[in-house]
Ligand binder design. Structure first.
Ligand code: IMP
Ligand code: MG
Length: 182
């Protein structure tokens, strides 16, 4: 798996230091009580686990399954909600966690849905934000790292379902992309 990585973009130590800062900001910004964190699966799983263990306050957790990439390296443009049910968010302060802000369609669609379902406030937090124009008007309230417009894997991010368990964020070799994650 390590051999499929062309270049490490953000190593484990740098991610950990950044998470300390982000967690302190979240701890500072949210009033006690009523915080509901929603993790977008599967990409934000690793990030959320490491971030939330640094936030020493009462909170509740929910997860949502959405898809937009369908396995390739380009966004499909359609955001699908894959769960049968939607968490109860009425009156809640929601912090939405995702792995990466790319076209912005995912965060935009989920944040809209949360508002429609009656969330009192929706805040967004991503590990990575790609420096590129967004297809939707959306911004992250908390961003770990701004990166260039290239496809990355690791630390939760996948290519065709793989590489999520790499402890760093990296760029795949052309060969690995052409093999399709096999
Ligand atoms: P957006 O809706 O285009 O902003 O894309 C957000 C989703 O696309 C993320 O939650 C990721 O699952 C996926 N994605 C976007 N860029 C990358 C990437 O570079 N590597 C892996 N997944 C990505
Ligand atoms: Mg994904």
């Amino acid at each position: 798996m390590r051999g499929d990585i062309e270049r490490i973009l953000i190593d484990e130590e740098i991610i950990e230091k950044r998470l300390d800062v982000m967690a302190a900001e979240i701890e500072r910004d949210f009033p006690q009580g009523n915080l509901l964190v929603i993790i977008l699966l599967k990409g934000a799983l690793v990030f959320a686990a490491d971030l939330l263990r640094r936030v020493p306050r009462q909170l509740e957790l929910e997860c949502l399954n959405v898809s937009s990439y369908h396995g390739g390296t380009e966004s499909s443009g359609v955001v699908n909600f894959l769960d049968r049910s939607f968490p109860e968010v009425r009156g809640r302060h929601v912090l939405l966690l995702d792995d990466i802000l790319d076209t912005g369609r995912t965060l935009h669609a989920v944040a809209e849905r949360l508002r429609t379902e009656g969330a009192e406030a929706v805040h967004t937090c991503v590990l990575l934000a790609k420096e590129r124009p967004r297809e939707e008007e959306v911004n992250a309230d908390y961003t770990g790292f701004v990166i260039g417009d290239e496809f990355v894997v690791g630390y939760g991010l996948d290519y065709q379902g793989r590489y999520r368990n790499l402890p760093f964020v990296g760029v795949l070799t052309l060969d690995a992309i052409e093999r399709g994650g096999a």
